[in-house]
Design a protein around this ligand. Structure first.
Ligand SMILES: Nc1ncnc2c1ncn2[C@@H]1O[C@H](COP(=O)(O)OP(=O)(O)OP(=O)(O)O)[C@@H](O)[C@H]1O
Ligand SMILES: [Mg+2]
Length: 365
């Protein structure tokens, strides 16, 4: 799929901009703090129905304005319109001018994958952030997953409230636990599928990008051992922990405590990888996500690379550009046109103080 036009009104430092984008490589250049990342962020907003940089929508609305709007026309088989209107206390999501009430029905309509240098903290962050990441990516291809996740979270909240009562109703506790196990087994299965599919690609991609003979994989740190019968394993898990849960008044085990770990040659990358290696690991993970989305939705996602090239050496830059040749549409931000791009077809946009201007079409000399 590809974004044909994007319109921003009162979004971050954009008062009003409307711009059409090209297939293939779109390079956005500009000085620092001019709005390059803001523009990518607006596309991510349309993909996820929220910002990846900010929890509060109110902060995305331009200072002193009452609302903000992001709208895009994108093409995936046919042309579609997608829109988010942000208010200080809420938002309205529209697809082809129709109101979309549930964000689970909105997420992933426009599918974008972003590489942002801010994401590099993901390896060191608390497990919650890595769970958020995998939840976000699986949700893009499966609304069933998000529904299970939401139901599980509600049940978990109720279970924890129950565990805090003076006299815990054990029958009710059982009922909630049973329902949680139903949802958890769906979630575990989807998480496993996701990790398996990504793992099929990671080593190969990493070797292409890094020119380094190393195996890269994601290890799923699940709450249960791998088994043909996850429900039974979950029942045993909850059963074995019920006493502890009652004593501590909280649910100690379950999919809300799971994690993933990136491993280079079977060693946790936080122990061995350099900054540059971490950057490449994150990049190949994002490239694998592109393929994962294509495989599961038959649609190519749009790739957004924020400030990626300046931190890679020349050889790695060349490898990256080779690896993204088949991407239908890609946005790359940089302070100036990277040398490596100069002999590629690309369309150049210049971003200056919340305004964007097309400078060169891909087929211009
Ligand atoms: N709600 C808002 N209203 C107005 N301006 C905002 C708002 N939020 C952020 N900005 C402005 O947007 C600018 C930052 O834009 P952005 O992060 O897109 O920069 P950039 O072009 O990516 O820069 P760099 O090259 O440094 O990454 C800042 O000057 C900031 O003040
Ligand atoms: Mg930026």
């Amino acid at each position: 799929m590809k974004v044909k036009t994007l319109e921003l009104i009162n979004y971050r430092n954009y008062s009003h901009c409307k711009i059409s984008f090209a297939d293939g490589l779109n390079i956005l250049t500009g000085q620092n703090a001019q709005g390059k990342t803001n523009l990518l962020e607006s596309l991510v907003y349309l993909s996820l129905s929220r910002s990846y940089r900010m929890n509060e929508d109110a902060k995305l609305i331009q200072h002193e304005k009452e609302y903000g709007k992001i709208s895009a026309i994108y093409e995936d088989e046919s042309e579609k319109n997608i829109e988010a209107i942000l208010y200080p206390h809420g938002k309205t999501l529209l697809y082809n001018h129709q109101l979309v009430k549930k964000s689970s029905e909105f997420i992933g309509l426009l599918n974008v994958i972003l590489f942002s240098p801010d994401d590099l903290s993901i390896f060191q962050d608390a497990p919650r952030e890595r769970r958020k990441l995998i939840n976000q990516e699986i949700t893009k291809i499966s609304s069933k997953y998000l529904n299970s996740l939401n139901r599980y979270q509600n049940l978990l909240k109720n279970r924890n409230i129950l565990l805090k009562e003076k006299q815990v109703d054990l029958n009710y506790l059982d009922t909630i636990t049973e329902q949680m196990i139903e949802e958890a087994s769906i979630i575990i299965q989807k998480r496993k599928q996701f990790i398996d599919q990504i793992n099929e690609l990671l080593t190969n991609y990493y070797q292409q990008l890094a020119s380094e003979k190393a195996n890269l994989k994601i290890k799923y740190l699940s709450c249960i051992e791998e088994t043909a019968n996850p429900k039974q394993a979950l029942q045993e898990l909850f059963q074995n922990n019920i006493q502890r849960d009652l004593e501590t008044s909280v649910t100690n085990v379950g999919i809300h405590r799971e994690d993933i770990r990136f491993e280079l040659n079977d060693v946790d990358i936080t122990e061995v990888a350099s900054q540059g290696q971490k950057r490449m690991i994150l990049l190949v993970f994002k490239l694998a996500l592109l393929e994962y989305i294509e495989k599961n939705t038959n649609k190519k996602a749009i790739l957004l690379l924020d400030d990626v090239l300046s931190e890679l050496d020349d050889e790695k830059q060349r490898h990256l550009i080779e690896m993204i040749q088949n991407v239908e549409q890609c946005f790359i931000t940089a302070t100036k046109i990277p040398k490596i791009i100069q002999n590629q077809p690309y369309t150049h946009y210049y971003v200056d103080n919340g305004m964007i201007t097309k400078m060169k079409e891909a087929n211009d000399e």
